[in-house]
Write a protein that binds this ligand. Sequence first.
Ligand code: BES
Ligand code: ZN
Ligand code: ZN
Length: 467
Amino acid sequence: MQNITLTSTRTNTFTHLAVPKTAGNSEADWFESSETDALLKYGSSAKLESATRVPGADVVLLVIGCGDAINYRNYAAAAVRASKGIAHLSIDLSQASAEELLLAAEGCLLGMDTPSKYKKSSSDLLAIELVVDEKLLGTDISESLNLASRIVQARQIINTPANDLWPEKLAEICITASSGLPLEIEVWDEERLAKENCGGILGVGQGSERPPRLIKMTYRGGGKHLGLVGKGITFDTGGLSLKPAESMVGMKYDMAGAATVMAAVLAIAEQKLALDVTAILCVAENMPSGQATRPGDVLTMRNGKTVEVLNTDAEGRLVMADGLSLLTEMNVDHIVDVATLTGAATIALGNRYAGVMGHGEAVSLIRTAAVESDELMWEMPLPAELRPLLDSDLADLTNVKIGNRAGGMLIAGWFLSEFVKPEASWAHLDIAGPANNDGGPFASTPKGASGVAIRTLVQMAKNLSSS
Ligand code: BES
Ligand code: ZN
Ligand code: ZN
């Protein structure tokens, strides 16, 4: 369903019309200009994301509860979600500004269930028309639709089970997705990874039959250079430090960071933003086997630092270390890394907020971009007293402090900081909580992979390109 058009008067073959209702607006105020006030006696609710069907003579209203104020992205997403069994949906945007129209266009795609090749789609929607003020009829919504399509694409990849997605396959997907766009893509196989001293990625990937990959996507738009790193563990069993059965469920989502930076760089290239972007996807499958890294093994990372691996389930930081080291060598202006890094992130922040750590300008750039793109991110500290927990007797550092349960997300942040310069502009996003939505759909997030942080990264790139 990509058929989204603009109109200033509802087409009468569109059987349903979504209208927003806020707590502040009286129904009469809102609908004054439309032909539908007579229908409103049926009653409706402003309760956030509620949907009430109100039948009328020539159209069925879908009254979408918007709470205190209309968030147009979420309103459109809720309208689409409420459209089960509906083929043609009009969405009332008669009160929307140009900017709000763009958000609604995005919401139309983001609100849909993520298509899955394993299950027949339950969506019947064939076409959506956005009913806007006449002045907005010429608005170009293609950028909003493109960004939303990239987010949907990332969700689909993230939802793919590990029997259909392994490192090499993810590399192929990135190559295919890049074709036709102003992007360069380079894939390092295990031999190249060895030549390039990527001991973290190799150490994590060596237990699997399906070898690891590093995928580098480069966009050159001129101006500032933004470096992105994504955690791409296509499945995280924990390795020899095997996860218990329940904790292993959902570990196909452990490559969400990689899919996120992929989608962001694709969208940035599509929008031809005026900055350079290097995205590095650190991709491996974390499996136990006779070849696997053992607890106690020492790995040498790309930047030469040695790491004593005391827990093979803290593998994300090991693959990310190589990606961060590479961007550090390239002297990029800002580094942002995205990873489903720690279960501790969900203990600290729940399932809707990403944790933001780091130092330098990147942290505030990310926070600003997150607010602008309406994504939930919360800054977390890197407390000095936690750093010594990673001291090792044998190597430069350990990957975990055995037995420690305090501040797991922050310690992981400290570990990553060893692979960027102290003066670097660097933000680390731990998306372990919000990457996967186990509950029902909300706002513009469906069940399953959320695609969180893509909007924020693209917004940050936009802000950098205009400054
Ligand atoms: N992939 C997990 C983190 C995770 C947990 C993501 C739950 C999403 C949901 C990561 O590789 C991991 O296993 N981390 C360990 C670190 C520990 C061994 C220090 C964890 O969080 O338990
Ligand atoms: Zn793990
Ligand atoms: Zn992991």
